[in-house]
Design a protein around this ligand. Structure first.
Ligand code: AMP
Length: 283
């Protein structure tokens, strides 16, 4: 695996792949890799000739009170995981390489960026879109891989790619979970042992909602009430939002029918976790 830190070298390496007739699959990450990230690497390996993974803790997507400085970082461990998966190139730029002091240009996806997580994280999706567009321009992948774990992010990036006519196909892959159902996240390691045990309530409450919907319940307020009730029984959980939205514009859904997105954000101590479920088609 080749590790590259500069934009110029990354562009050269990507051009070399293309001139050799090789397609590029790209997996953007913030590192501290887990099975969720590695599932994206495997999907890329299976569908493209050359897999580029980026590790970049993107300062532009963190608010001033958020965890940029303490976000977990472990280059050696991540690098070993990626070699194990057979990734071809690791792009690992410094913040100053991506954002020189005179950097001025940002990408916003209007309306979508203000929903769900955007309400309490103003500027977050602007930071995500900006860095992902930059990375797409540097790497020029045919395919790029994202996790359904960050459902709003995936939707916003798809909109950006469509609106800017980008020549990249976005592939959104299923949420990878711990054996007890907690969605894998680099932030799970912030949790105290008690909060880690409590956090299974996220997936459990989504599963209870899915069961109620399978049983015929379609009223969004009732399903949301059910989820809030279960979360509320867990003293460690502090709800930020529980919403059922239609999965295109992220507006409140009139029913809890197939294709709707149930999304939630919940704090355990200072750690903010998200999870979601797309209501499956009937039968
Ligand atoms: P991050 O490093 O958290 O920015 O995540 C990088 C990519 O991995 C994003 O596309 C995430 O949606 C995806 N990802 C993170 N956690 C999971 C998970 N548990 N299952 C699937 N994909 C994930």
């Amino acid at each position: 695996m080749l590790t590259i830190a500069t934009i110029a070298e990354m562009k050269d390496a990507a051009r070399a792949e293309k001139s050799a007739g090789r397609t590029i699959g790209f997996v953007p990450t913030m590192g501290y890799l887990h099975e969720g990230h590695l599932s994206l690497v495997r999907a890329s390996k299976a569908a493209t000739d050359s897999t580029v993974v980026s590790i970049f803790v993107n300062p532009a997507q963190f608010g001033p009170q958020e965890d940029y400085a303490r976000y977990p970082r472990d280059f050696e461990r991540d690098s070993a995981f990626l070699i194990g998966e057979g990734a071809d190139i690791l792009f690992f730029p410094e913040a100053a390489e991506m954002y020189p002091p005179d950097f001025r240009t940002f990408v916003e996806v209007e309306r979508l960026q203000d929903k769900l997580c955007g309400r309490t994280r103003p500027g977050h999706f602007r930071g995500v879109c900006t860095v992902v567009l930059k990375l797409f321009e540097i790497i020029r992948p045919e395919k790029a891989y994202f996790g359904q774990k960050d459902a709003q992010q995936a939707l916003i990036l798809k909109k950006m790619a469509a609106d800017f006519n980008l020549d990249v196909e976005l592939d959104v892959r299923p949420i990878v979970r711990e054996p007890d159902g907690l969605a894998m996240s680099s932030r799970n390691q912030y949790l105290s042992p008690g909060d880690r045990r409590a956090a299974v309530v996220l997936n459990r409450s989504l599963e209870a909602a899915a069961a109620a919907i399978r049983g015929g319940e379609r009223r969004p307020d009732v399903v949301i009430g059910l989820i809030r009730g279960l979360l509320g029984r867990e003293p460690a959980a502090r709800i930020e939002y529980v919403e059922i939205v239609e999965a295109r514009l992220l507006e409140a859904a009139p029913d809890a029918g197939p294709g709707r997105l149930i999304a939630l954000a919940v704090y355990f101590g200072n750690t903010r976790l998200i999870d979601n479920l797309i209501i499956p088609a009937e039968g």
